[in-house]
Design a protein around this ligand. Structure first.
Ligand code: ATP
Length: 245
């Protein structure tokens, strides 16, 4: 109950006997950019998989807790229905369909969307405006794009479903600093256009600049949360995640 955005309440997740999340609660208010920081293995990807209902593809399961969007429960839906309900995930490692063309990758992103042909055309127009290079390379195989371009395609594919909330898993991972900045600018633009963002990042400096609110996840539990500016100023976050001694 409560909250018009994405609300995660007391979520616990296990991979068999491995407890990956313990009673995690967080909120992405409508129109916000919220980030979850945490080191390797803290449970960040697990959290996004639990929201997008793709955990079972990884051998995991939700053991307690709820996820809702605008008051509507998402837990219990299949992954396709979550996309149709307005939540799209950009998976870690920018997994595009390497042998398919850029255009076909984008078409695949729209398959689960609700908006019909007009909605797909509008979504395609939007992603081509955000990422002109994807229009130029429409007929190229996705596997031939550079790492940064593949990340753009992964984001664009998720946007083809015209989501209310975009789940972004480590978009800056493995990218040169300049390309990471470009992706960050685009995330800002996407948010300005009205899409909420839940951003999971190891690059805390970048994430805290983008987000209004932040959560710190450690070994499956939320240990800190607050306005991003406040966390960016906290000694613990500066020491542990921003590398300031
Ligand atoms: P990374 O940045 O390395 O992806 P993360 O914060 O996203 O880290 P998760 O990948 O969510 O962390 O992992 C959380 C915990 O769950 C870790 O202990 C990890 O070993 C475990 N885990 C993740 N995926 C699986 C899986 N498919 N099977 C079993 N255990 C898993």
């Amino acid at each position: 109950m409560g909250g018009s955005g994405l609300v995660v309440r007391d979520l616990s997740v296990g991979y068999g006997p491995v407890r990956a999340l313990r009673r995690v609660s967080l909120e992405v208010p409508e129109g916000a950019v919220v980030t979850v920081l945490g080191s390797n293995g803290a449970g960040k990807s697990t959290l996004l998989r639990a929201v997008s209902r793709t955990l079972s593809f990884h051998g995991g399961a939700v053991t307690e807790g709820t996820v809702s969007l605008g008051g509507r429960r998402l837990d219990g839906l299949g992954p396709d229905r979550v996309v149709a309900a307005g939540v799209s995930q950009v998976p870690e490692g920018r997994r595009v369909f390497a042998r398919m063309t850029v255009a076909d990758n984008l078409r695949a992103g729209a398959l689960r969307a609700d908006g019909g042909r007009a909605g797909r055309a509008a979504a395609l127009h939007r992603v081509h405006e955000l990422f002109p290079v994807l229009a130029e390379r429409a007929q190229q195989r996705a596997g031939l794009l550079s790492g940064g371009e593949q990340q753009m395609l992964a984001v664009a594919r998720a946007l083809m479903a015209a989501p209310k909330v975009l789940l972004l898993d480590e978009p800056s991972l493995g990218l040169a600093p300049l390309m990471a900045e470009r992706i960050a600018d685009t995330v800002r633009e996407i948010n300005t256009q009205g899409t909420s963002v839940l951003l999971v990042e190891q690059n805390a400096a970048l994430a805290l600049r983008l987000a209004t609110r932040a959560y710190v996840l450690e070994v499956g539990e939320v240990t800190l949360s607050g306005p991003a500016a406040e966390l960016a100023a906290s000694d613990e976050v500066r020491r542990r995640y921003l590398g300031v001694v």
